[in-house]
Design a binder for this molecule. Sequence first.
Ligand code: SF4
Length: 320
Amino acid sequence: MSSTKFITHHADWRALGLPYYPLNVHYRHRFGGRVQKISLDGGFTCPNVDGTVAIGGCTFCSNRAFSPSRRVRRQAIERQIEEGISRLRRRYKNERFLAYFQPATNTYGPLEKLRELWDAAISDPRILGLVIGTRPDCVPDDVLDLVEEFAQRTYVSLELGVQTIHEASLQWMNRGHGHEASVDAMRRAQGRSFEISLHVMLGLPGESRAMMMETAEQIARWHPAGVKIHNLYAVKRTPLAEEVLTGKVRLLELDEYVELLADFIERLPPDTVIERLSGDAPPDDLIGPAWCLEKGEIIKRLKETFAYRNTYQGFRYQGG
Ligand code: SF4
């Protein structure tokens, strides 16, 4: 069953002259105006950082900050919200926010801790809901039941880092779980009253275009409410940085990425929100590719590509 059934009327993005369904249009439709996410640190680590399923974390992730010995929550959630709001207000003059539990694996902890954090976030009247980033192997049924309970009270989006359907790539990235974990998580999470958003990466070493399209087709069959797509990019102090600097791994060029992105999005259902189109590295830490900081250029090129092809999101969607 599709999680999109809970978005009763998705926005008519084609009527807006767009070639894909972007997040800001979804939020305007869902909340009646602009909404910003405040990134919150709940003090979590990851099971592939702390040794439970692997050590060192994902190859591309600058997860040093998530090592268990350093995981004390930075500040109370209420304080982080206050600071996040004042920062965002200066830029956007906005009054409506989502609490985004973003760094590390935000369901990797005791249920009482999750409840306490999520309760603290939604007790602020300016917070319209929760976005919870996690991994497919960290959503046991009792966690999903708790997410469901919060979804009865507020808007909730559960973000699952699927990344790819290919086992060799999951192993290369030291993910500590296989594709079966994603299949299992989706089987148990779908059909509940929260949105599901899936993270995927393009340009993983050893993945051909055909393999990336197989991932797109599986995402399309799952038919999530949203998808976050980004290119493989390297940041300092990661195993990937070393592999890129020594020439073992080649990162995509912008032209290649935009073509793949269009191919990927053409295969997705038209009502799946495209939440992200590129990586989000801190500029000072980025090894490459440099173009992934130019979000405006990526969007422009993508729109040009769709216009040139005369295609759009869902053009190659097979249904399902
Ligand atoms: S990418 Fe996600 S799962 Fe992997 S180490 Fe980083 S935070 Fe943890």
